[in-house]
Design a protein around this ligand. Structure first.
Ligand code: NAI
Length: 347
């Protein structure tokens, strides 16, 4: 999300090299004014430790903003493990990671991210209590709950798309044309919610499974991955990887609203001003996709299903606040979201 990052913004950065298990990991706590730092643990074959450090600093900072905008009493943190999860991950390494998390005495609470599974977190939890995302005891969507927050992320994005359409068009979702890029854990569930509200769906993925199911069950039209962001639709929902909104894709974008799940959707922050200039409403990614962190928080608090659902539904109201302020102050929505978040966590 952030173009440039300073090391000195962070409260605590810890390094671990456990020779016995081969664990090389970094934990970064960006800011804990609102509460202990919550954020996933990512395992990735970083080329070197500089790259890993840069990633953990950037990601932990993003978590502070995300938690603040989701009105959580949590700060922002993140952990990275250096290495290819398919090649070097072992239960012993996960136990060592659990001990590393424990060594911060609750300053950082770990959860799932790329390269890590709920099963890995459960092993880490043998060594530390500072873990969340292993025991969802609910899911309002009636799904089997295993701790994976994707259903909550999808529901949060859905409420965000609804609010964005209401703000821009002054209407509901009925008959709105919506293009979804990526029908994975979040994108497919988002498609289901939108279909129920009467939206007309266009979908793309690089694998056939999700899009074929959406065609059959949700009457969605399949589009090639190259075309999905160029369609003449009302909304595009990036739900695949980051940086898909860049100068090139903006030059062919016809949609009036961008509202989806992917992290780091804008290739650079300054694209926010370009979108604003084009009259395109952009739902800041970390505001609209906060359902995952909200779910993890409620798992940790062992709160009720209703509390989770009503918290997720507040994402729409938060986006409305961002949009109104952006209009009043003639600023890009991503800049306004950053300012509101800073007002909350820098208090
Ligand atoms: P996923 O890996 O289940 O789904 C991503 C889908 O995008 C896959 O089906 C993949 O084949 C597809 N894809 C990849 N490249 C593509 C391309 N060029 N064009 C079209 N489709 C493409 O991931 P998930 O969990 O659904 O997450 C989606 C996005 O949302 C990611 O950016 C993730 O970081 C973000 N996110 C996810 C959260 C969660 O709770 N799972 C929480 C917050 C953000």
């Amino acid at each position: 999300v952030f173009d440039h990052i300073e090391f000195d913004e962070h409260e605590h950065v810890a390094f671990c090299h456990d020779k016995e298990t081969g664990l090389k990991a970094i934990i970064a706590v960006h800011n804990s004014h609102l509460g202990p730092a919550l954020g996933g643990c990512r395992m990735w074959p970083y080329a070197n430790s500089d790259e890993a450090l840069n990633d953990v600093l950037r990601l932990s900072k993003g978590m502070t903003y995300k938690a603040a905008m989701a009105n959580l009493n949590q700060g922002g943190g993140k952990a990275v493990i250096i290495g290819d999860p398919r090649a070097i991950k072992t239960p012993e390494m996960m136990l060592a990671m659990g001990r590393f998390v424990e060594s911060l005495s609750g300053k950082y609470i770990s959860a799932e991210d790329s390269g890590m599974s709920v099963a890995d977190l459960r092993i880490m939890a043998e060594e530390t209590t500072h873990i969340s995302g292993t025991k969802a005891n609910y899911h309002f969507a009636g799904e089997e709950a295993d701790g994976n927050p994707a259903p909550s992320t999808a529901y949060g994005v859905f409420t965000g798309v609804k609010a964005s359409v209401e703000y821009y068009f002054g209407t509901g979702l009925q008959g709105k044309k919506i293009a979804i890029q990526g029908l994975g854990h979040v994108g497919y569930r988002l498609a289901e919610h939108l279909h129920r509200e009467g939206a007309e769906l266009f979908v793309a993925d690089i694998y056939p499974e999700g899009i074929n199911r959406a065609k059959e069950k949700l009457n969605a039209k399949i589009v090639s991955p190259d075309e999905i962001l160029k369609l003449d639709v009302d909304v595009v929902a990036p739900c695949a990887m980051g940086a898909t909104i860049n100068r090139q894709s903006i030059s062919t974008l016809k949609a009036k609203v961008i509202a989806g799940a992917a992290n780091n959707q804008l290739e650079t922050e300054s694209l926010g001003e370009i979108l604003k200039g084009e009259g395109i409403l952009y739902a800041p990614d970390y505001v609209i996709n906060a359902g995952g962190i909200i779910d993890i928080y409620h798992q940790k608090m062992l709160s009720s299903n209703e509390a989770l659902k009503s918290h997720l539904e507040k994402i729409g109201a938060t986006l409305m606040e961002v949009y109104k302020r952006a209009d009043e102050q003639n600023l890009a929505t991503n800049r306004v979201a950053n300012t509101i978040a800073e007002e909350k966590f820098k208090k």
